[in-house]
Design a protein around this ligand. Structure first.
Ligand code: 6PG
Length: 266
């Protein structure tokens, strides 16, 4: 799996690129270069989707890693992007009110949405303030309105992070929702670290895997072990949730920094 091309390049380009059977892994010197690349990929995919389909449907990741990319996108360097054509959805949410410091929506709102003048009809936040089962059902209905008549939604881009335990979105190790194959959105108990330990709303793997493009953003030495395990050629019994990211008709690109890549061969 780790056989592939290795590119030498300057700091604005990935230092190494491994091409695998299903994915490519781009390694950047640090978190800043990773954020630049993520913002650039977002803008590139958005322009392509708007040209081809008239809109760009993106499923945003929570957590801290994507926030720098969101801020870059908000900062004016991507003004050619027609923000009015973007539909902003969320891959997961902590079950807290939208103004809570732990709310993924709040963090994305502050980093991105407030600056790009996204209108209410473009922003589809997960209702973390509801009873979780109701919140999941309400969000699935909201997504179904965006993708009417579809068995599964086809997002133009799904952004994801990676936890030290191998989770992605709010799909945690050992959770029964890892096996969900019918619902688009579910709620999941979350009682052990990483914090915040509150029930989560999350899209399911079939939603992720029907995306046209998946970008996984991984930064920091604390992710090195999980990343190395995730990219093992043959996942064994102890496989990680993130290893279920396997797009059926799309592409997956890992954007990682050198600290996170420390455990990768090559
Ligand atoms: C969340 C997430 C989660 C996150 C990873 C990585 O709501 O916590 O969406 O899956 O992406 O835990 O988080 P960091 O980027 O903060 O390391």
């Amino acid at each position: 799996m780790m056989n592939g091309k290795i590119f030498q390049s300057n700091s604005r380009r990935p230092s190494r690129v491994y091409l695998t059977c299903m994915s490519q892994v781009m390694i950047f010197p640090g978190a800043d270069e990773l954020a630049q690349a993520a913002a650039g990929e977002f803008a590139r995919l958005a322009a392509r989707a708007v040209l081809e389909r008239g809109r760009f449907c993106v499923l945003l990741a929570g957590g801290s890693t994507p926030l720098s990319a969101y801020r870059l996108l908000a900062g004016g360097a991507f003004d050619e992007l027609d923000w009015s054509r973007v539909q902003f959805c969320f891959g997961d949410e902590r079950c807290v009110p939208p103004d809570h410091a732990d709310s993924n929506f709040r963090q994305v709102q502050e980093a991105l949405l407030a600056s790009v003048a996204a209108e209410a009809g473009q922003v589809h936040r997960m209702p973390g303030e509801l009873v979780p089962e109701q919140g999941a059902a309400a969000y699935e209905s909201e997504l179904r309105k965006l993708f009417p008549g579809q068995t599964w939604p086809r997002f133009d881009l799904v952004l994801l992070g990676l936890g030290e335990d191998g989770h992605t979105a709010s799909l945690f190790p050992g959770s029964p929702v890892l096996e969900e194959r019918r619902a688009w959105v579910v709620c999941a108990a979350h009682t052990s670290p990483p914090p915040p330990m509150v029930t989560r709303l999350t899209v399911t793997f079939p939603v992720i895997n029907h995306a046209r493009w998946i970008l996984l953003l991984v930064s920091g030495a604390n992710k090195a072990q999980a990343l190395a395990q995730a990219l093992q050629p043959e996942p064994g019994a102890g496989s990680l949730p993130v290893q279920s990211v396997a797009p059926l008709y799309g592409e997956v690109t890992w954007l990682v920094d050198r600290a996170a890549a420390a455990g990768l061969a090559g």
